[in-house]
Design a protein around this ligand. Structure first.
Ligand code: HDE
Length: 701
């Protein structure tokens, strides 16, 4: 019979395999391996791992070869189920530093305390594709952030779009079934341009607003660095005095919000399916860290759960920033790549229910369903209920949870009384009255299935979004609808979606209908005038930062390599990288002016570069790869330039010398560098936008 022990000495302790008590920061050995010798899983040293144990050199393999069996058995079970959505992802570690501006709206320490640093892990993802699918497909992007706060983990599991397809979580399996590849042939992979997707969204018109975001440039981000993030739902925050506030979370990228153009995204999906994850990892490795400001729109918690007529519980609605400005709370910097993809990026488990005091959920029916799903899904994906013990998921504060045993238990719990109250383990663990307590909220109403009436308006906000954009952004939307519906086989689905578009904006419906060769739907009510929200546009008129951008320079041994160096220096100061593209690999130039060749003409493709230059003295080559590179750059609205006689290479490839965004100078001096940086800062030369669009959808022409 165990006897009562003194509490101070015998409090239940959880000891992990690395020897640290759970809750203490683990001295994580990222290799989870030690010693210089190859061993079995039992630590037995091995002399050979290349030959199985056989009876004779040619003989059958022996069952007693325990090393062979261990190695193969483990290999056979290396895969775990991929995420049912957001399977394709890439992640990074970082730090969040609070501006201290949130003190009046939340007691959450990591937000309220000025200068407070909190470690974070962020996973970006696409939604529809499998783990091995391409990064640049047209899709929503996940933006999931785990804050390892002093009060436990807080997960902000958001997206790069502020609205969602459905208003009620019960439809989530349905929209995902519709968006995933068709069940008979398992095609198409990672795309929405197919019948079942458009069948669903044209029948569930609440999806229209999110569909507009997907069809806009937001569906094909340039990089994770240039992507906004949104918590989507309305959250409730609680301040130190117990006052409550409704908030919508936003991530504002310091590098601005930028996208690819559609043809570029398509090329990248083939040429470099890892386009976004490569950019993320390369940027961090080069010291060009990714930065975002976390902000909130603060809305009064006055009991109506609406703001200016917008239902705050409806996740298909935004609150325009002009009506409620985003107040910045702190800065996130992603500054460290994961050490092991599986251990960290694959095994990280986010959950909307990972909350800290001062931040609460609301009755948004989409959010309520998520509160169940994220815990549940880990049971299959991570093989049981102990996934919180995985190093990447472990909080950086003491954990004493009375949860015991189960598959993959790695803690060695001490004590005999994982229940409370108890008299055997010193009465521990104690409960903390100051711990997480939901603010009281009144719940009443008849049990039943159905939506509030305000959820019925599906078209005003897509119209607000569309009409707030610049003509070139609107043209991209028209192009995307025409492309996607053009891939749909069933005419009835196309006609139904055209009817949806007509109710949002008749002008847009007319362009898409013409592109599809179908009649323009008539006689439908259209959204009337809306007050535009310029904050929704991502076209910039003032050059923004260019950190993380890549600039190619075509050169050979005869080129002005001193000029190349001047430009490299100027660009490096801005955090951008200059890459030399030459006919063959190795070096160009001689002696001290030698330059490493970063890409050969064969390995360089336009999608990698934000601008391409031709150095003076570069011999003109009729190499088709150079011509394709330059023409694609021009078509994709990116800066091109040359100095000295380098301009002849450009014009020889069909690039007009006086074309918009074609820079030229006598030498690669500071002025030329400044012009280039300004052009990169504008992101695209939109005057060329129509070059890459079909006539039917290029109203800017
Ligand atoms: Fe998710 N979602 N979701 N989701 N979601 C998952 O969780 C789910 C929703 C989001 O990088 C899953 O661990 C339901 C909205 C991100 O690991 C799963 C509903 C938003 C990620 C799940 C939603 C998101 C997920 C799959 C409707 C934006 C990737 C594997 C009620 C605010 C997280 C997993 C990561 C992942 C369920 C709707 C964002 C199955 C049921 C809205 C960024 O639990």
């Amino acid at each position: 019979m165990p006897t009562r022990r003194k509490p101070d000495q015998n409090a239940p302790e959880i000891v992990t395999p690395t020897g640290a008590k759970t809750g203490e920061r683990e001295p994580i050995d990222p290799r989870a391996q030690s010693g210089d010798y190859l061993t079995t899983a039992q630590g037995l040293r091995l002399p050979d791992t290349d030959h199985s144990l056989k009876a004779g050199r040619r003989g059958p393999t022996l069952l007693e070869d325990f090393h062979l069996r261990e190695k193969i058995t483990h290999f056979d079970h290396e895969r775990i189920p991929e995420r049912v959505v957001h399977a394709r992802g890439a992640a990074a570690h970082g730090v969040f530093v609070s501006y201290g501006t949130a003190a009046s709206i939340t007691k959450a320490g990591f937000l309220a305390e000025k200068g407070k640093e909190t470690e974070v892990f962020v996973r970006f993802s696409t939604v529809l594709g499998s783990r091995g699918s391409a990064d640049t497909v047209r899709d929503t992007r996940g933006f999931a952030v785990k804050f390892y706060t002093d009060e436990g983990n807080f997960d902000l599991v958001g997206n790069n779009m502020p609205v969602f397809f459905i208003q009620d979580g019960i439809k989530f399996p349905d929209i995902i079934h519709a968006g995933k590849p068709h069940p008979d042939r398992e095609i198409p992979q990672a795309q929405s341009a197919h019948d079942t997707f458009w069948d669903f969204v044209s029948l569930h018109t609440e999806a229209t607003h999110h569909v507009f975001w997907n069809m806009s440039d937001r569906g094909i981000p340039r990089s994770y660095r240039t992507m906004e993030g949104f918590g989507v739902h309305t959250f409730r925050t609680v301040d130190p005095e117990g006052g409550t506030h409704l908030v919508k979370f936003h991530w504002k990228p310091v590098a601005g919000v930028h996208s690819l153009v559609w043809e570029e995204a398509q090329i990248a999906a083939g040429v470099d399916p890892d386009f976004h994850r490569r950019d993320l990892a390369d940027g961090i490795e080069a010291g060009a860290f990714l930065e975002y400001d976390l902000g909130v729109q603060v809305l009064p918690d006055d009991g109506t759960e609406t703001f200016e007529g917008i239902d705050l519980l409806d996740p298909t609605k935004i609150v325009p920033e002009e009506l409620a400005p985003v107040q910045l709370l702190g800065r996130l910097t992603l500054n460290r790549n994961p050490t092991n993809y599986f251990a960290e990026t694959e095994q990280v488990a986010f959950h909307t229910g990972h909350l800290v005091p001062g931040i609460e959920v609301t009755n948004d029916p989409l959010m309520q369903a998520r509160m169940f799903s994220y815990l549940d899904t880990q049971l299959t994906r991570l093989g049981g209920p102990n996934f919180s013990q995985l190093p990447i998921n472990r909080p950086h504060v003491p954990v004493n949870d009375m949860l015991r045993d189960g598959m993959h238990q790695t803690a060695v719990h001490t004590g005999v009384a994982p229940y409370r109250p108890n008299s055997l383990d010193g009465g521990l663990p104690e409960v903390d009255p100051e711990g997480y307590v939901q603010v009281p909220r009144l719940v009443e109403g008849e049990v039943g299935r159905g939506n509030p009436l305000s959820f019925e308006d599906h078209f005003t906000q897509p119209a607000l979004f569309y009409r707030s954009l610049t003509p070139v952004e609107q043209a991209h939307i028209a192009e995307a609808f025409t492309f996607e519906l053009g891939k749909v086989y069933e005419q009835a689905i196309k006609e139904r979606e055209l009817a949806v578009l007509a109710q949002v904006d008749a002008g847009l419906a007319a362009i898409v209908a013409e592109g599809l060769g179908l009649p323009v739907p008539t006689g439908l009510p259209e959204v009337g005038e809306v007050l535009p929200s310029p904050a929704l546009s991502q076209v910039v008129e003032v050059p923004g930062p260019i950190a993380g951008r890549k600039i190619g320079v075509i050169a050979d041994s005869g080129s002005d390599l001193a000029g190349v160096r001047t430009l490299r220096k100027a660009l490096a100061k801005q955090g951008a990288q200059l890459l030399v593209i030459a006919p063959t690999g190795g070096f160009i130039g001689k002696g001290r002016s030698k330059e490493v060749v970063d890409r050969t003409v064969l390995t360089a493709r336009s999608i990698e570069f934000d601008a391409v230059l031709v150095a003076a003295g570069t011999g003109h080559s009729a190499d088709i790869k150079v011509v394709i590179l330059l023409q694609e750059m021009y078509r994709h609205c990116k800066a091109l330039g040359a100095w000295g006689d380098g301009i002849e290479v450009l014009t020889g490839s069909g690039i007009p010398e006086d074309g918009p965004g074609v820079l030229h100078a006598d030498s690669a001096d500071k002025t030329f560098a400044a012009e280039l940086i300004a052009s990169l800062g504008l992101h695209r030369v939109w005057e060329r936008a129509d070059l890459v669009m079909a006539d039917a959808v290029a109203p800017v022409r």
